[in-house]
Design a protein around this ligand. Structure first.
Ligand code: AMP
Length: 218
């Protein structure tokens, strides 16, 4: 059975960490709109120029732009054997566009994993988060530190703090999450594809629970 998954949850819940572990276990494409925008900014493309200011403020990139990049990516051949959407959809308009798109491609979403944690924990995780500049591997200064400070265990690249992982941008990101994204849980619950995983648990336990859900997809 191919698994077409959406990973949902507020910033800091552990989506990125879980996504990295799931793709290395299940070998399905990881479609992270945040990563796509960050890559575009690094490459200096038009898409990157459009996304940059929204991202720095913690605001959502406009729906037309975001839906456009997902439409292109999901239509590619490698997504025919399953995919993992991470950070998309974030608005009802995106969810509706995704429904239309996946129906026409016959690649309907069959599992939405919602991973959540309380606000104090989200803030703690985001403020201590570090990311490898080369390979994107996630770390945390106290919860998941690298073996050597400031250096990625996997590729030796330098670790940095995302420019939107600051207090002001996080406030905006959380407010978008609660106003625009969290209501989508009802949308997916009504479609009978929603499952919840407690993001307060450790990363190994979260992976085990998510793997169990994937194993149960019919
Ligand atoms: P993330 O890496 O998922 O935390 O996303 C980082 C930032 O990229 C977000 O705060 C938004 O500015 C932008 N972004 C990522 N995905 C979306 C989306 N589905 N819709 C709008 N903006 C997005």
């Amino acid at each position: 059975m191919k698994t077409n998954i959406i990973l949902m949850g507020p910033p800091g819940a552990g989506k990125g960490t879980l996504a990295k572990r799931l793709i290395s276990k299940y070998h399905i494409p990881h479609i992270s709109t945040g990563d796509m925008f960050r890559d575009a900014i690094k490459a200096g493309t038009e898409l990157g120029k459009t996304a940059k200011d929204y991202m720095t403020r913690g605001d959502l990139v406009p729906d037309e732009v975001t839906i456009g990049i997902v439409r292109e990516r999901l239509a590619q051949d490698d997504c025919g054997h399953g995919y993992l959407l991470d950070g998309f959809p974030r608005t009802l308009k995106q969810a509706e566009a995704l429904k239309e798109l996946t129906t026409s491609l016959k690649r309907e979403v069959n599992l939405v994993i919602n991973i959540d944690a309380n606000q104090a924990e989200l803030i703690k995780r985001i403020s201590g988060r570090r990311v490898c500049k080369n390979c994107g591997a996630p770390y945390h200064v106290t919860n998941m530190p690298p073996k050597k400070e400031g250096i990625c265990d996997q590729c030796g690249g330098p670790l940095f703090q995302r420019p939107d992982d600051n207090e002001a941008a996080l406030k905006v990101r959380l407010s978008h999450y609660y106003a625009d994204t969290k209501p989508l849980l009802n949308y997916y619950e009504a479609m009978h594809v929603l499952s919840n995983v407690n993001g307060m648990l450790g990363a190994d336990e979260v992976l085990n629970l998510a793997s169990k859900l994937i194993g149960e997809v019919k």
